[in-house]
Design a protein around this ligand. Structure first.
Ligand SMILES: O=C1O[C@H](COP(=O)(O)O)[C@@H](O)[C@H](O)[C@H]1O
Length: 234
């Protein structure tokens, strides 16, 4: 199936710090709007390195954390607390430093392996409505969450909410990922993309290549925050 074209808003920032500052502002703005409208903010976190600066900034903002529900877009099948896990990064950078009720944080139980981890997270996802905001990164090969080019993205109609990934080209090979369809069941998505190594992926996306990012189609479209180093036209 060819990917639908979402509304994509590109913004280029001089450096990683400026990108993180604007990402923080967008996240807080989305939280305010969702809490005002529905009394809750359903947020999906990205892993990897790029969002770390934004997460660190969020420690200091004193938001109404009780109203935030936090999910993860993907997880690596590693033991709980392993420094290579996405939830460990988010906890260390942000969640361990704020007064959010532990029950509001919904990690992917990837320590049980890809199959079981995906099954258990799918049970949680069944109880979660549309997300308010999905945060995503962009891998050097164009992958998002743990959805890699050439592998199943789960963007087709009726796709499962959560996928067991067994042969990721980036280590570790075993992972659990929300599908493109579930990541798209959202008001909006914010991609954070930084560093020269991402230039080819950004170029391919802008040239219309059918990379995984193109399969994320939330209601209000997609914002892509890119630093100058990752911007191919710089
Ligand atoms: O493996 C992953 O990679 C992507 C990109 O990470 P980055 O370090 O290049 O920003 C990330 O979005 C994903 O959550 C992660 O599992």
């Amino acid at each position: 199936m060819s990917a639908p074209a979402p509304t994509t808003r590109w913004q280029v920032f001089p450096d990683a710090a400026a990108l993180a500052g604007q990402a923080e502002a967008l996240i807080l703005d989305a939280a305010r709007q969702s809490i005002a409208a529905r009394g809750v903010f359903h947020l999906v976190l990205a892993g990897g390195n790029t969002p770390k600066n934004a997460y660190e900034r969020l420690r200091e903002c004193g938001a109404n954390w009780v109203k935030w529900q936090i999910y993860f877009g993907d997880e690596r099948c590693l033991p709980r607390g392993d420094p290579g896990r996405n939830d460990t990064m988010a906890r260390r950078a942000w969640l361990d430093h704020i007064r959010i009720p532990p029950v509001n944080v919904h990690p992917i139980p990837a320590e049980h392996g890809a199959e079981k981890g995906a099954q258990r997270y799918a049970e949680i996802m069944r109880r979660v409505p549309e997300f308010d905001l999905v945060l995503l990164g962009l891998g050097e090969d164009g992958h998002i969450a743990s959805l890699f080019p050439g592998q199943s993205l789960g963007s087709e109609e009726g796709a499962a909410d959560v996928l067991a990934v067994r042969a990721a080209p980036k280590p570790p090979p075993e992972r659990v990922s929300l599908s493109a369809a579930r990541l798209s069941r959202a008001q909006r998505a914010l991609f954070m993309v930084g560093g020269e190594a991402k230039r080819d992926a950004v170029r391919a996306w802008r040239a219309g290549a059918d990379i995984p990012a193109r399969h994320i189609v939330p209601v209000l479209g997609v914002d892509v925050y890119v630093d100058r180093a990752a911007w191919p036209e710089a």
